[in-house]
Design a protein around this ligand. Structure first.
Ligand code: AHM
Ligand code: MG
Length: 289
């Protein structure tokens, strides 16, 4: 099954085809480079390499007007301003959770297709999704119509679930940040959740969110005492993940409102991220109010 919008289809087909190469290219690229990304984090060799590979391919797609990545300071202009034309803007986190490379754990590639110039609100997304480099490579694509899960193999994508829906009964949770760094109100909420659900935290957003999509539950990277703005980035992580989970029947929040309703100030803005079953996100917002 292809996506009905031809530009979105070209974007997801390009990312899907590139995923097998990215996975293969991780071998021998587990070290760090002597650079920091725009968020001030040390870049892995693989971060830079995956960004170059995806950037080169995505900027060449007709109908893509902007490319932006967690690994680049500025938006790349591809010839058409999404604010003044039909062109879309594509935002990518080429290798999310790349600190897991060292220990050979799960990672992902996240993308969002915005019908607006970046930085933009998540409400302007027309599609978003991710590739998960687990024991096998899978890809989740959310559009206005549906959320579909595929298995990827040698450039081919095969549907495994036509209509990914968050299970009603929550089972797992994962919260980022050190516990002593959690604000008291989040801490109190987390203690309740710990009594009700089972901990699953792997340190890569995509792996952790995909467990929530599979079993039901919640993932959160909260505001921290030392970092009230949170860790994850709105354009590259919060918005696409919020879009996927909302389309799958769950909710997203920055602690106060849907991630998709947050007005960005800058391309690399950070935000607290909470996604999961409706009832849990409602309780979280009530706890933080
Ligand atoms: P990255 O994009 O630099 O890899 O950072 C984002 C990752 C997320 O995948 C994950 O949820 C979070 O950082 C984990 O952070 P921590 O190591 O603090 O648990
Ligand atoms: Mg990331």
């Amino acid at each position: 099954m292809t996506v009905s919008d031809p530009v979105v289809e070209a974007v997801v087909a390009t990312i899907g085809r590139s995923a097998t190469e990215i996975r293969q290219g991780l071998i021998g690229r587990r070290g760090t480079v002597d650079e920091e990304n725009p968020s001030g984090e040390t870049q892995a060799e693989a971060d830079v390499w995956a960004d170059d590979l995806l950037g080169d391919r995505l900027v060449g797609i007709d109908g893509v007007g902007q490319y932006a990545s967690e690994e680049r300071a500025e938006v790349v202009d591809c010839g058409a301003d999404p604010a003044e034309s039909d062109a879309y803007a594509v935002a990518v986190d080429p290798l999310d959770g790349s600190s897991n490379l060292k220990s050979n754990n799960t990672m992902g590639t996240i993308f969002g297709v915005y019908d607006a110039a970046l930085p933009a609100r998540g409400e302007t997304l027309v599609a978003a999704g991710f590739v998960l480099y687990g024991p096998i490579t899978t890809m989740l694509i959310a559009t206005e119509e549906t959320v579909t899960e595929y298995e990827l193999s040698g450039g081919e994508r095969t549907i495994v679930d036509r209509d990914v829906t968050l299970p009603d009964e929550p089972v797992v949770y994962g919260f980022g940040g050190r516990v002593p760094d959690w604000p008291d109100d989040f801490h109190a909420y987390a203690r309740e959740i710990e009594d009700e659900l089972k901990l699953r935290y792997g340190g890569a957003l995509i792996g952790d969110v995909n467990q929530v999509l599979t079993y039901g539950g919640t993932f959160g990277y909260p505001a921290l005492e030392s970092r009230p703005e949170g860790k994850l980035r709105l354009q590259f992580e919060g918005n696409p993940i919020g879009y996927v989970v909302e389309r799958a029947g769950g909710r997203s929040s920055n602690g106060d409102r849907s991630l998709l309703a947050v007005e960005p100030d800058g391309l690399h803005d950070r935000t607290p991220v909470h996604v999961g079953n409706d009832e849990l996100i409602e309780r979280l917002e009530a706890a933080l109010a």
